[in-house]
Design a protein around this ligand. Structure first.
Ligand SMILES: [Zn+2]
Length: 216
């Protein structure tokens, strides 16, 4: 039986984490997100976690060498022996090379979202100044405009959610991801989905690409 080793690529706001969870549930293979792996290492206070924390505190991304080590360790576990969904990895060509030595990739799914739509989605996020609850004026608005449902606190737009900050992150995403996509495209692995549709519509397209769930 051919293994499903799926790489999910998409910008912030494309619903990548949501779709990874849906694929995982439907096809019975774990979703591995580098963001989650980092958080787990930090929570467990592992030596690697301490290193990651240093980078995050300095406002930097973890170096690929470190990320590669964490992912290699994760892909060595029994639960992913039958396949895996990778979310947030590989994010550059160095990571792509490391993955090549670990797994044959069967599918690359690009959740494509125009930058303007990503900015619109992400800048709709409001955070409660008092309790930290997160709202979205498009998908999850508060009952009363500008006021937290939970605690009555004022809702503000965090600096991270301002359009200029989002555009800056999108620029980095494109610069990092495009060479990775180009390499996967050369192997004919990339399937592009327009991710501005509903969660169910996007997932229906993913299922059409991956095919029926077989007994594995
Ligand atoms: Zn609140």
């Amino acid at each position: 039986m051919a293994q499903l080793n799926i790489v999910l690529i998409g910008p912030q706001g494309s619903g990548k984490g949501t779709q990874a969870a849906k694929i995982s549930a439907a096809y019975g293979i774990p979703a591995v997100s580098t963001g989650d792996l980092f958080r787990t290492h930090i929570q467990n206070e592992s030596p690697i976690g301490a290193k990651i924390k240093e980078y995050i505190n300095a406002g930097k991304l973890a170096p690929s060498e470190l990320t590669n080590r964490i992912v290699a360790e994760r892909l060595d576990k029994d639960d992913v022996s039958g396949g895996v969904i990778l979310d947030g990895y590989p994010r550059d060509v160095e990571q792509l090379a490391a993955l090549g030595a670990l797994r044959p990739v069967s599918h690359v799914i690009l959740l494509d979202l125009p930058d303007d739509v990503a900015v619109e989605r992400l800048s709709a996020r409001l955070t409660c100044q008092k309790c930290g609850a997160v709202y979205n004026t498009i998908t999850n608005p508060p009952t009363a405009e500008g006021i937290c449902d939970k605690c009555g606190g004022a809702l503000i737009q965090r600096d991270d959610d301002k359009p200029s900050a989002i555009r800056e992150r999108l620029k980095i995403y494109h610069a990092d991801t495009e060479p990775v996509l180009a390499a996967f495209e050369q192997k004919g692995l990339v399937r592009k989905i327009y991710a501005a549709g509903s969660i169910d519509d996007v997932f229906a397209e993913i299922k059409a690409i991956l095919g029926p769930v077989l007994n594995r």
